[in-house]
Write a protein that binds this ligand. Structure first.
Ligand SMILES: [Zn+2]
Length: 409
């Protein structure tokens, strides 16, 4: 199923597809960088990572004595929190089942802020299962964000309904993973705080008859939000030739291209670090570190990924000039130090108290994303994805006390 993006979704919410076209399922099964060769749910390499991770870095509890107990048998466990409430599970399921922005995580985040102080930039909400109603693997919603010149984010967002007084940047909800060995699409969803909100007229995110919303589409960005590796593009005819020396099929009036594995809507399954253009939108690299242009398939159509190869069709390959991005949106100022160091909470939301093996699975994800453990199976931390230009603390902090300001209702 391809990504479905409602107009409103493109503005504030990024719903990410169950899979790219073809045989791959981003973020599911096995380790990254395999080009999608691991079948979904195959469980990747032998051995369960989660119990190991739990032994590597046992967490501690920083809860004060006077903190209220967690309701319904929920618990804080080695750096994550398990909230137990069937209504909250249903709420996340409803967001993931929607291809528009009608869903709302705020009942879940309100439950979180009833227990924890307003000290997080990102909240990651996880189900322990894959709902049959889900349209998306994951959906990111912006909570608070200023206008960011240079990125196409021209209008500030300030939503109090989540319970935060303004600290919270965004909330991502995720389906349960199919195996302990595959990290949820944390790198992809987090990137949606910054992108892609460039003017679609520039050419990113659109193919001939399809709109990939806030993703890179058939352009040579090759990042977490999709796009192909420009260095890998070759012609199908003549065999071995490279653009612009490809032969047009006279019957279809189209050219067939072959690239290394990618999808237009996500490259999470490849385990890629953030692309230069993504780092630029985050304010982590200057425009001088970008290529002078990005290739884009003209009248393009994605024809699927099979193992390590992807296919595209179009009438030629054009270029989106980096100078045109700057002309259209202005310069992206370097991120302030406060926009390089983030905190996040990992919140496992279940109908009944989660079993230890499920808790361990999400502790492992928290430890990998927060660089508390060396990556296992190739999955890496947020900091690694940024080339260590930024970092993220993911270990759950102290419980709120009566001294903390009440959450915004
Ligand atoms: Zn997405």
């Amino acid at each position: 199923m391809r990504t479905r993006i409602h107009l409103l979704v493109a503005l504030s919410v990024a719903a990410c597809s169950n899979s790219g076209s073809g045989s791959t399922v981003p973020g599911s099964g096995g380790s990254p960088g395999t080009g999608g060769s691991a079948p979904p749910g195959s469980g990747g390499s032998a051995g369960s990572a989660a119990p190991d991770a739990a032994t590597i870095a046992p967490g501690d509890s920083s809860s004060p004595e006077d903190a209220a107990p967690l309701p319904n048998g929920g618990q804080e466990y080695q750096g994550i929190v398990n909230l137990v409430d069937p209504a909250l599970v249903a709420q996340i399921e409803a967001v993931l089942a929607s291809s528009s922005s009608t869903g709302d995580y705020s009942p879940v985040t309100q439950a979180f802020y009833a227990l924890y102080p307003d000290e997080y930039d990102f909240l990651y909400l996880f189900l322990d299962h894959q709902p049959t109603t889900a349209e998306s693997d994951a959906t990111f919603v912006v909570a608070n964000r200023p206008a960011i010149p240079g990125t196409g984010i021209d209008t500030p967002t300030a939503l109090t309904r989540f319970g935060s007084r303004g600290r919270l940047k965004g909330v991502a909800g995720f389906q349960g993973t199919s195996s302990a060995d595959s990290l949820p699409a944390l790198a992809h969803e987090t990137m949606h705080y910054w992108g892609n909100y460039l003017d679609p007229a520039l050419g990113f995110g659109r193919e001939k008859d399809y709109d990939y919303g806030p993703h890179w589409g058939l352009t040579g960005v090759y990042g977490q939000l999709g796009g192909f590796d420009p260095s890998s593009v070759v012609c199908l005819v003549p065999d071995g030739a490279k653009p612009p020396d490809c032969t047009l099929d006279p019957d279809r009036n189209e050219i067939d291209y072959e690239t290394s594995a990618f999808t237009p809507g996500t490259n999470t399954f490849l385990g890629l670090v953030y692309a230069p253009l993504e780092l630029y939108l985050m304010g982590l690299v200057p425009v001088s570190e970008l290529p002078t242009s990005f290739p884009v398939v003209i009248d393009g159509r994605f024809d699927g990924t099979v193992a390590t190869i992807a296919f595209m069709v179009g009438t030629g390959i054009g270029q989106i000039a980096t100078s045109d991005i700057v002309s259209r949106h202005g310069s992206r100022a370097p991120a302030a130090d406060s926009d390089k160091h983030f905190t996040a909470a990992f919140v496992l939301v279940t109908s009944t108290p989660a079993a230890t093996d499920m808790l361990d699975r999400y502790v492992y994800y928290q430890q990998v994303w927060g660089a508390e453990v060396t990556s296992l199976n190739g999955w890496m931390s947020f900091g690694y994805h940024t080339g260590n230009r930024a970092n993220m603390t993911t270990h759950i902090g102290r419980r709120r006390t009566s001294a903390d300001p009440a959450p915004v209702q």
